[in-house]
Design a protein around this ligand. Structure first.
Ligand code: ADP
Ligand code: MG
Length: 263
């Protein structure tokens, strides 16, 4: 089974940036293929990885619902399977599936069921799945039956951010999947460190922070000019820190470097 890493948190906290850097580390430093899933309606993982996403799962849903899809002689089920496969971007080291806009009130069981089938298959064929989640973690609860090995809850270093961590931790406990480990991360922490009020709030809520990721000028500039995370230097502080973090939390058997990546 794949080692399943899910990244969650409020918008703007750095979920996509951290997801993209994690994908880079696993593919480049560990030499292992990754199935990447952008489950945030505000899809941006593709852009951060430097790929152009044309089709999303939301597009397929819409086509089916508005009966615009041309099944070309295929059954509806076969057509959706084909459309899902077509929407996946296949790179040398990773595959990317983008969910796109959220669902409306109508029932999309058909697409969701096939998507679950696909996700379950991915879970058995890839060593790693990395999912950039939406705030409500809908994707985890409805579209995959795979367990989550590592849930990373990302927050800005503010009291409001920490209150959101608290909410997400509770939400995670109510999801119908097993989450083996939940780790809270404060991201974009300034040089001045963490405010004492924030420290107090963390203690009050009983939240343990497993890692503090600094504000990084190079990461910020890379995003500002629209470059991909693959442009960031290997020696970059945040990238090195993410690497050490993964080395600590990924099982040793998966850390051995593979010479070639095969998807
Ligand atoms: N550690 C960091 N240092 C500097 N900038 C960061 C860091 N993490 C994220 N950012 C920047 O913060 C902004 C929001 O990050 P993003 O990953 O898009 O957040 P989210 O996916 O949670 O909405 C982006 O401009 C990104 O470049
Ligand atoms: Mg994002």
């Amino acid at each position: 089974m794949a080692f399943n890493i899910a990244v969650a948190g409020k918008g703007g906290t750095g979920k996509s940036t951290l997801s993209a850097l994690i994908i880079r580390y696993i593919t480049e430093e560990l030499g292992k293929p990754v199935s990447a899933v952008d489950a945030d309606p505000n899809a941006s993982l593709g852009a951060l990885l430097g790929v152009h996403v044309q089709n999303t799962i939301a597009d397929i849903r819409e086509e089916i619902l508005e009966k615009k899809a041309d099944f070309a002689g295929m059954s509806k089920e076969r057509y959706i399977e084909y459309a899902i496969e077509e929407s996946i971007i296949e790179k040398e080291k990773y595959d990317l599936l983008t969910m796109g806009r959220p669902e409306g009130p109508k029932c999309y069981c058909y697409v969701n069921n096939l998507l679950r089938k696909y996700m379950d298959k991915v879970g058995t064929t890839y060593p790693f799945v990395v999912t950039d989640n939406e705030a409500g973690m809908e994707h985890i609860s409805r579209r995959t039956t795979n367990n989550v090995d590592l849930l990373l809850i990302v927050s800005e270093p503010t009291v409001v951010g920490v209150l959101t961590i608290h909410r997400i931790l509770k939400l995670a406990d109510s999801l119908p999947v097993s989450i083996k480990k939940k780790l809270c991360i404060l991201n974009r922490v300034p040089k001045s460190g963490i405010h004492e009020n924030l420290q107090q709030k963390l203690e009050e809520l009983g939240i343990e922070i497993s890692s503090i990721f600094p504000f990084d000028e190079e990461v910020y500039d890379t995003a500002a000019c629209g470059a991909s995370v693959f442009e960031i230097s290997r020696e970059n502080d945040l990238y090195v820190k993410i690497g050490k973090f993964l080395q600590k939390h990924i099982p040793v058997s998966l850390l051995e470097k593979s010479s070639g990546v095969q998807v």
